[in-house]
Design a protein around this ligand. Structure first.
Ligand code: ADP
Length: 190
């Protein structure tokens, strides 16, 4: 199995690249952001719980997020591997992911971080907000809060996998196909 963690700040292009990678490597794409938006769209209890955090640009509590992720992984016993996009975002989530994959006799193959600077991120997310209809994409102070949360709570996950020799960095600025090529180089060398 290949299990990839696609990592990087909000707006760094994880979703765009994940869509291309699933085709090439035949993996299941799990985006916790997409899962939350689906739950919110259907106004489920989980969606209602997530909504207040997402609207403020804060992380949804780990117990909610980890349970949802586990259900999604367990729904795909046939998978040849997964791309985790937007997960793990805390050390707690990383440990839960390792436990879950361990139970399935597998593990994280690599974490690949897309590097994009703050000002580029703010510009990209604002542009996305024009068409995405996402309230968390349309307010600059919320966007900046998401970047701060990423720095304080999520970047330690890079170091966590770095200690296991699994973390890689890729320049996330350039054309979609150029960045995709950089990613495939890292994956093909695993
Ligand atoms: P982006 O990467 O552009 O911030 P996402 O779609 O990945 O967007 O996530 C949107 C929001 O959903 C996040 O700001 C956060 O509130 C919530 N969320 C997504 N994934 C997680 C996670 N793993 N843990 C906690 N909250 C999450």
């Amino acid at each position: 199995m290949i299990n990839l963690v696609l990592f990087g700040p909000p707006g760094s292009g994880k979703g765009t690249q994940a869509d291309k990678l699933v085709n090439k490597y035949n993996l299941i794409h799990i985006s916790t952001g997409d899962l939350f938006r689906h739950e919110m769209g259907n106004n489920t209890p989980l969606g209602q719980k997530a909504k207040s955090y997402i609207a403020k640009g804060e992380l949804v509590p780990d117990e909610v997020t980890i349970g949802m992720l586990r259900n999604k992984v367990e729904a795909h016993p046939e998978a040849q591997g997964f791309i985790f996009d937007g997960f793990p975002r805390t050390i707690n989530q990383a440990q839960a992911l390792d436990d879950l994959l361990n139970e399935k006799d597998t593990s994280v193959s690599a974490l690949i971080a897309l590097q994009v600077d703050d000002e580029e991120i703010v510009a990209r997310i604002k542009l996305r907000g024009v068409t995405s209809g996402r309230p968390d994409d349309s307010d600059e102070s919320i966007i900046r809060n998401r970047i701060e949360v990423y720095k304080s709570e999520t970047t330690p996950v890079f170091d966590y996998y770095e200690e296991q020799g699994k973390s890689h960095q890729v320049n996330g600025i350039g054309s979609i196909s150029g960045i995709f090529e950089r990613l495939t180089k890292v994956i093909d060398a695993l």
